[in-house]
Design a protein around this ligand. Sequence first.
Ligand code: ADP
Ligand code: G6P
Length: 472
Amino acid sequence: MSARSSFVVVANRLPVDRVTGPNGSVIWRRSPGGLVTAMQPVLSSQRGTWVGWLGNATQHGAPPPEPFQLDDFRLRPVPLTQEEITRYYEGFSNSSLWPLYHDAVEPATFKRRWWEAYRRVNHRFAEATSEEAAPGATVWVQDYQLQLMPSILREMRPDLRIGFFLHIPFPPFELFMQLPRRAEILRGLLGADLVGFQRPLGARNFINLSKHLLELHTHSNTIQAEDGRRVMADAFPISIDVSEMEHLAESPEVQTRAKQIRAELGDPRVLLLGVDRLDYTKGIERRFKAFRELLAEGRLTVPETVMVQVATPSRERVEHYPALRSKVEREVGRINGEYGRVGVPAVHYLHQSYSRTELAALYCAADVMMVTPLRDGMNLVAKEYVAARVDDRGALVLSEFAGAADELRQAFTCNPHDLDGLKQTLLHAVRAEEPEVRRRMRMMRRYLRAHDVNRWAISFLTALGSPESDRP
Ligand code: ADP
Ligand code: G6P
């Protein structure tokens, strides 16, 4: 085994996709996703180890992949069997926890056999982490797939400093109480020294549940765990690599591409943009409905207004996702059928992944960015759009149910459940005068520059009391 790390990040996924090059060679490429985007700069600067699953990149029946180096940090793959993928990842993580933690906007499903796989996989992640971590190391566990890991790891390695960060919302008492094994999940999280949430409300929900469900003593934002340790719970809103996005947006390549995109779309007066994983939490259907009604009422017209919706393929084997895709694609067909013309569709729908460069160009090209989730932990796309607007132009329509709404207060905020309100907000953003748009964007950019992902990581690690927080 190579030298153990004093800093280990653990997440369900390793931050890579395996792609095959033109001559059959294997290339490891950074994969999309909020978590990956957020963690990469932190980990690179600290030469740590990332423990996680390689996704479907591994061949069925192949021997477990060995740890390997990517840029300046080490990757430690944790293998999952097909059955574990079905029960731990698609089942308990994405069919029980994900919908329940997102306000049950789609109903959560519970199956007893999923729980056993969830527990077993969390145990395997803890074992791998224990092997990678040096004595006294800091371990930072990420997200809802690994909520049991802190307590399992603490039992194996009481010398470690353990932080946990939940990237998605933490639900209120009434919803959490529906979860079978709810007490075990809480105890799992309480194995950490610090449990971080996106919003203060998430931390309050967690403290409240510890008090009422486990009958633990709590004071302010600390909880006295059953073994007597003091566990801290607090909000640490995640951010993005702001300067990376600014540099991209300023580059001649992106600027040229942004102009080209607008030209290819027929130089519309207003370009509306949505960029989301194709997920039922993102409010994509509400957005289309609002757009369709505005076209029907003649308050928006084609080709003066054109919408681009990028919908990244996601969790296609999990219930609700294929159905969502069908509904979205049917709606796009309906809008284009009713309001498009030959060569001039009203909606350009792209069910694909894109490079950072292409995304930045789309952000720079769009007059109005629509971020309308029904519930979202943070929503990094909203922050990326703001960071990309180095020209201080562009209007952000932002749901109040996204964590980002706590911070991006100059956005055009909306309640996506209220269709008339959403339409009003969209029109307001489309029609806003340039000075107002610039004023709002300038203030949001200023805020974001002072609150980037590096600051997020440092504030979490400082609260955890980790020596890693002193490093650049
Ligand atoms: P979530 O984590 O729920 O997917 P976020 O908005 O927080 O939502 O993060 C999504 C991340 O994925 C962003 O960094 C965004 O740039 C990236 N992303 C979204 N769509 C695409 C796409 N089609 N191609 C590449 N990256 C994408
Ligand atoms: C959200 C979750 C992450 C997850 C990502 C992509 O950002 O908080 O934990 O990795 O979505 O989803 P996937 O299921 O493809 O990993």
